[in-house]
Design a protein around this ligand. Sequence first.
Ligand SMILES: [Zn+2]
Length: 323
Amino acid sequence: MSSPTVKKVAELIKSRLGRNLQPYDIWYDGFKARSGMNQDELTAITRSKYPTPAALEADIPNILQKLGYTPERANYIGEKIAVDGSRGAGHAWGAAMKSDKARLRSRIGKDGIDYKGYNIAVHELGHNVEQTITLYDMDYYMLYGVPNTAFTEAMAFIFQQRDLMLLGKTNDDPNAKYLHALDNFWSCYEIMGVSIMDMRVWKWLYANPNASSEQLKNEVIRVAKDVWNTYYAPVFGMKDEPILAIYSHTITNPLYLSAYPIGHLIEFQLEQFADGKNLSSVIDAVLKRGRITPTQWMMEAVGTAVSTLPVIKATEEALINLK
Ligand SMILES: [Zn+2]
């Protein structure tokens, strides 16, 4: 978060926006391929393609074939995943025994799934595919799964990254590789801040187990401002912003948030490793390691431990080469 590269990317975002940065620009999404597309048009496509949970469920083998799976393998995985409409945001619940199905949940309205719901569904499908392979294809049951939550998030991000391609929208932007690095970098910068806030809030809660909800709320806001002042104020230019306190996730899923930035780092390292290879073969090969320790998994999968260096290096290259 204190990498000098942050300021350089912030300057680029400023020039793309043509104005000074505001706190909500921690969620700048202009490096994403979808930022140039009309969301209503995308929703029209997703609604007609997926009017019901059953329509999405039936299409999973086709989706998997677009990611490089053979028809047999796509059916083998697809028939082990069931889709439900959700009442909240998306969710992926893995099976715990062979013969059971993983559940994919995303919001599917009475008019079908909108683009946002679809984007989340593709993320959840990444989890479900990971859950299915690491349960059904493991040689030892006790090794089923991945080393920790960050690894399943990495799989979900790899799928989510391809949501437009899966709708048949190919991205022939010559800058795509650079934009992907910049997007990963800026996403890490945002979610690392809330992860640090998350950890500090829970440290405080352990020290103050009888805190009232009012005291907790005040502490969350205080910590959010403190993290802002350390890591964001020097880049954004304004102090005491409470925006990092926005995630209810901090309280509802204790100490989960840091799985996202670590997941983004793993995603980036896996994407670099998969470049030029068949994606489905890479996914199958890396997931068959199971729930060993994180560093051992990474060393065997991509040859290096989890690191911020690959994305920082690629971001520096992007800053030079982006046209
Ligand atoms: Zn996820």
